[in-house]
Design a protein around this ligand. Sequence first.
Ligand SMILES: Cc1cc2nc3c(=O)[nH]c(=O)nc-3n(C[C@H](O)[C@H](O)[C@H](O)COP(=O)(O)O)c2cc1C
Length: 199
Amino acid sequence: MDILELIQKRYSTKKYNADKAIPQEKVEALKEILRLSPSSINIQPWKFTFVQNPEVKAKLASVSMHNEEKVNQARLLVVFSVADNLDAFQKVVDNELPPARRDWYNQIKASKPEADLKIWLAKQLYIALGVGLTASIALGLDSTPMEGIETDKYMDILNMEDYRPLFAMAVGYASEDDFNRIEAAPKSRRLPENVIETI
Ligand SMILES: Cc1cc2nc3c(=O)[nH]c(=O)nc-3n(C[C@H](O)[C@H](O)[C@H](O)COP(=O)(O)O)c2cc1C
């Protein structure tokens, strides 16, 4: 299937088949694909938490608003978290990034109020989400992006201190009676002429 067909086929799954396991090599591929996501100045201000443990997933489901059922049924939940403690993240930058990137980050950090810096860091996570959604369908997996989670409670359950969850992605196989399947709910988008400008 070519990339256009994959994108036409992917959709936000609303009901998963809890009985169908994801081959572990696909989970491992997804980990590596997310790690390779691009980001501005290659800053990589993220943590991707792969939750397959049913007990932990159930705890997260209970603080996932209208997404509770999806989180329980999907066999994998990936939590996308952004660096939130900037002192701790400075150590990551100093220890893990090449000097040229570190200097660039330090310049950006000095040029912005802390709140703006945090917004810029958070934007990078959404790039990884796009990569993750596209990669999932390419791996033959269904997925759901979910901002509808209680991030403070996720932080507690996952024992996070320096990173803050922003959103999560459920991954698995859709249930045959998912009302949102592409055959039942065709893609709804604004018209090409209203969103694409060609010069
Ligand atoms: C950042 C983001 C957050 C979203 N949050 C949720 C969510 O919490 N629950 C949900 O069921 N769908 C969520 N969605 C799915 C969108 O509603 C969906 O992508 C949009 O309606 C387009 O439909 P499609 O993904 O099926 O093509 C989210 C999508 C994005 C990109």
